[in-house]
Design a protein around this ligand. Structure first.
Ligand code: DX5
Ligand code: ZN
Length: 218
């Protein structure tokens, strides 16, 4: 068993003018997956990118692409993101009235199905969905922007989700404000994956930054 947590590199903080190159670099630097934030300006107050860009950057890394969909009408877009090269699709339960069906639709495309919990969203939302879920993404900021501060009240939520899933093979990922100071607390609470944008991209030395997040170096 791998003793270190996985690190998923959130490209929201990458230099968008050199996205392919940035993805190549974090891949070589030891990231475990690429986290791609899709925002529509409706569900969250920011707009980022869509399936065309994902298709364009797909050849730049062999790592899994985790696509975090912060969009309304998500059901209408699942096929587009699946075909663009996503390996997992992570949705917010507030965006669709029939989340169970949405998760099943994602798996029908052969993709991992993920659910994201906003800071204000109770983990009870997923109580009857656990067998349909491969990834639970616990938001430790309000989604929409990189570079926000970690909301510490969510550590308790990570613990309850961890005990809720029991022995099911569900990945617990934590997204937002993850840094070198709080990463060990997040892992102790029960997370298996750290999603990080600012902590990886805002300082030179991506390999060093990823190693620090994993706790391999101080
Ligand atoms: C926020 C996004 C995050 C974001 C994290 O809405 O979901 O993935 O990129 O960025 P940092 O690590 O800067 O908080
Ligand atoms: Zn994200």
């Amino acid at each position: 068993m791998n003793q270190y947590p996985k690190v998923s590199s959130s490209i929201l903080s990458a230099n968008f003018a050199f996205l392919g190159k940035e993805i190549q670099e974090v891949t070589q630097a030891g990231a475990d997956s690429i986290h791609i934030d899709v925002m529509d300006g409706h569900f969250v107050p920011n707009i980022t990118l869509g399936p065309q860009i994902i298709k364009a950057i797909r050849p730049y890394s062999s790592l899994p692409f985790d696509v975090h969909l912060m969009i309304k009408n998500v059901d209408s877009y699942i096929n587009h993101f699946a075909e663009a090269g996503a390996d997992s699709l992570i949705i917010h339960p507030e965006t669709e009235p029939h989340v169970h069906r949405t998760l099943q639709a994602i798996r029908k495309f052969g993709k991992k199905a993920g659910i994201a919990l906003n800071p204000a969203t109770s983990p009870q939302v997923i109580e009857y969905l656990l067998d349909e879920i491969d990834i639970i993404l616990i938001m430790t900021v309000n989604p929409g922007f990189g570079g926000q501060s970690f909301i510490y009240s969510q550590l308790e939520k990570i613990k309850s989700v961890h005990s809720m899933i029991g022995k099911r093979p569900i990945e617990i990922a934590v997204d937002g404000g993850v840094n070198f100071e709080n990463s060990s607390k997040i892992i102790e609470a029960g997370a298996s994956t750290l999603v990080a944008g600012t902590a990886i991209f805002n300082e030179a030395g991506y390999e060093k930054n990823i190693k620090r997040l994993k706790g391999k170096i101080a």
